[in-house]
Design a protein. Structure first.
Length: 295
């Protein structure tokens, strides 16, 4: 019996070792599987790590008159701010909306903001020298992988890195291309207020313009009509998106883009008046924002 105890003890040790080996093997296999899952997540993160890239503006400007330098620099800095805000929106909105969400709620509004800012740059230069042409072609931005090119327009290299070359269509205002930030996004849907008998109400611009030079009247009238078209399209989008989307959808995909389109159109009204040597009406930018109202 005294000899049997050590033998039994050794068997127990061998059995414990075998169990321990199986446990270690299971841990190794589990770690390997976790590593595979982790690589999949990393790949997904890489795919989700796109950034917005915009064409550089500063390198496309002519010599800037000293009198316009401060205003041009301020608007170039604003382009940087708009791009940074859009990239922040992109990074915090993963999983939101449908397949057209990025175009409708981020890229479209960004293009409209850039158009408005580029118009102000052209106006400020045009007051003291020949107005630069073709800046509208630099408004459209695209997604680029890994954040390449999402730089500053006030430093070397600008915003261009990786952005697609502007096309002829990009030189037209978004609202005149048959597209826009609030089109093509039926799968995103509406949010609070949509489908509940509410409509969009915008401030009257015509009453704030004042006297219009005869030579500018036709262009002003065309842009006033365009403001109405933008409002009609936004109300149609609001009505057709009832019951879909999240609580911020109306602001992000309808009211926000509408404000940007109106700001760009209002800028063109001011520009058409200033071209004729008249003082452009002030305070019109404050009329760009719209709100929901009971139907």
């Amino acid at each position: 019996m005294s000899r049997g105890l050590p033998l039994l003890h050794r068997r127990r040790i061998l059995l414990s070792g075998a169990i321990g080996g199986i446990t270690c093997a299971a841990v190794v296999v589990g770690a390997a599987m976790a590593g595979q899952d982790g690589s999949g997540d990393a790949s997904a993160s890489t795919k989700a790590a796109s950034a917005i890239s915009c064409p550089a503006v500063s390198g496309s400007l002519p010599e800037i008159p000293a009198e316009a330098r401060a205003e041009v620099d301020r608007n170039l800095a604003l382009l940087d701010t708009q791009l940074a805000e859009a990239n922040k929106r992109l990074s915090t909105s993963q999983g939101e909306g449908g397949p057209n969400f990025v175009q409708n709620a981020i890229l479209g509004p960004l293009a409209d903001k850039r158009k408005s800012t580029l118009d102000r740059i052209a106006i400020s230069i045009g007051r003291h020298a020949e107005k630069p042409a073709g800046l509208d072609a630099l408004a459209e931005c695209t997604l680029s992988d890994g954040g390449a090119g999402a730089g500053s327009d006030t430093g070397a290299g600008g915003e261009a890195g990786g952005a697609a070359s502007p096309t002829a269509a990009a030189s037209q205002p978004a609202e005149e291309q048959g597209g826009g930030a609030d089109q093509g996004g039926q799968d995103q849907g509406g949010g609070a207020g949509a489908g509940s008998g509410q409509t969009i109400s915008c401030p009257d611009v015509a009453s704030g313009i004042g006297d219009v030079p005869a030579a500018a009247q036709a262009e002003v009238d065309r842009n006033l009509a365009l403001l109405q078209t933008q409002l009609d399209e936004a109300n149609k989008r609001l009505a057709s998106s009832a019951g879909e989307g999240g609580p911020n959808f109306v602001q992000n995909a309808i009211l926000g883009p509408l404000k940007d389109k109106r700001a760009s159109t209002i800028d063109r009204i001011e520009l058409s008046i200033s071209r004729q040597g008249s003082t452009a009406p002030s305070g019109l930018d404050a009329l760009a924002g719209c709100s929901l109202a009971s139907g």
